[in-house]
Design a protein around this ligand. Structure first.
Ligand code: 4AD
Ligand code: MG
Length: 430
């Protein structure tokens, strides 16, 4: 019976056929130990001359790493085996040989591995990361779908800058038009929220800053909820519930992967509501007491974010930033007009910002003024201004970067391992 390694426990004592690739081979005299992987897991297959005969045994002698194999055998429980089972091989077929596979169990440099990303993803750690990513994405979908949010997609080709053109990738759109790759679905989400109430978009977004930091990708996946009749507080509550749910799902369903990654899961278990909520003012004060050279009015750099979050065992919300450093669409705080009703959620352990959002400016005149102040072309925003002309209501939302969350949950140093094929300033291959 054809089986997958992840289901092997349901086949104890049975004859099974596994289809996969040779991850590793050790031979000692009359026994081959073949570690087979099939995408669902890794398992040791034990082949003896006694069981398969001299000729077949010889056929496995020279097999290189990543040779494609179909193995037949019996699943046997073995307490010492990592997955609890081994296969006693009764027969096998070589589907395709592989010689001189470039990624061996020895250490390789990151550039070497990145150039071979299409092969690197076959390794246990990288597979574990991609499985956690899958869990995070599905947890996000389940979270919003379970709360009555409607998935409404937003365009990737956009006619104008959502937050200024300097950070956009231009694309030739037929003969005489320049389109830009979207950096956020937010403005369209606002329109969708006025139609559908609670919505979310979930797709690739693009940023053209020439940043080389380990937290920056030029192409990344973002989930963006938007709610009509909602405020900054609603956004903080929703963000908190989402993060708690997503981390809980990974802990629940991806134990094995987190173990492969040697993640200290006790840290993730602390991720429970409520998250501390700290104003930008207080955050600036904290940074001063910690001796960082931070001035009120500036944006937080990575060291500031790390210093702020190190006092807490769970994510924190920093709210009410100076309007001057935030986007044109943010609603000013009615109590202090120089502040914007925005929030960033910072992950613990130095992972920094994972969520950015807030309450939107619903007032037509003020929004017009902001568009002028930011030197944005008003014609391009006429459709967006219509949302303020026809039944404008308080509304709010946020964006969460999937790779930032995956990197944090997996304990990765760099975002490049949190997506199958990362796009960065100096990397577009493979
Ligand atoms: O803070 P950002 O720029 O917010 C927005 O784009 C809003 N318009 C979203 C909204 O309110 N609907 O980006 C949101 C999140 C960040 O917190 C971060 O997790 C992620 O997107 N992000 C990046 N991830 C990887 N690489 C980059 N270059 C990223 N820039 C932002
Ligand atoms: Mg941000």
């Amino acid at each position: 019976m054809i089986a997958y390694i992840e289901d092997i426990a349901t086949h104890a004592g049975q004859a099974v056929t596994l289809r996969g690739w040779l991850h590793n081979r050790r031979s000692s005299g009359k026994i081959h130990f073949l570690t087979l992987r099939d995408g669902t897991g890794f398992i040791q297959c034990v082949m003896t001359t006694q069981a398969v005969g001299e000729e077949m045994f010889k056929g496995a002698d020279h097999l290189g790493q990543e040779s494609a194999l179909i193995v037949e055998g019996t699943a046997r429980a073995d307490a010492r085996a990592p997955g609890g089972y081994e296969i006693d091989v009764t027969g096998f077929e070589v589907v395709a040989e592989s010689q001189n596979y470039p990624i061996t169990p020895k250490e390789h440099g990151v550039d070497y591995l990145m150039d071979r990303r299409h092969l690197w993803i076959r390794s246990p750690r990288q597979q574990a990361v991609l499985r956690v990513r899958h869990e995070v994405i599905n947890a996000v979908r389940d979270f919003f779908n379970g709360r009555g949010f409607i998935l409404a997609d937003t365009p990737i080709f956009t006619p104008a800058a959502c937050e200024g053109t300097t950070t956009l990738f231009p694309v030739q759109y037929f003969d005489d038009t320049t389109a830009y790759l979207t950096q956020s679905g937010q403005l369209y989400n606002e329109a969708n929220a006025m139609a559908l109430g609670r919505v979310y978009s979930f797709g690739p977004t693009f940023r053209a800053e020439k940043s080389k930091t380990r937290r920056h990708l030029t192409e990344f996946w973002m989930v963006e909820p938007e709610m009509a009749y909602a405020t900054l507080d609603d956004v903080m509550e929703l963000a908190e519930a989402l993060v708690v749910y997503v981390v809980g799902r990974a802990l629940d369903r991806r134990k094995q992967e987190l173990k492969t990654l040697e993640r200290d899961t006790s840290k993730l278990e602390q991720v429970q509501a409520p998250f501390p909520r700290i104003s930008y003012d207080d955050a600036a004060g904290i940074l001063k007491t910690k001796g960082l050279p931070f001035e009120w009015g500036g944006d937080f750099g990575a060291p500031d974010e790390t210093a702020l979050s190190e006092d807490f065992d769970r994510p924190m919300c920093v709210h009410r930033f100076p309007s001057a450093i935030k986007a044109f669409y943010m609603k000013p705080d009615p109590a202090r007009a120089e502040l914007a009703l925005g929030v960033d959620v910072l992950a613990p352990e130095g992972y920094g910002e994972i969520i950015g959002g807030g309450e939107r400016l619903a007032d037509l005149d003020l929004l017009l003024q902001r568009i002028k102040e930011h030197n944005l072309p008003q014609e391009a925003f006429e459709w967006y201004l219509d949302l303020r002309r026809y039944g404008s209501v308080p509304h709010a939302g946020f964006g969460m970067g999937i790779e930032r969350v995956v990197a944090w949950i997996c304990g990765l140093e760099h975002l490049r391992e949190a997506i199958p094929y990362p796009r960065m300033l100096y990397r577009m291959y493979p």
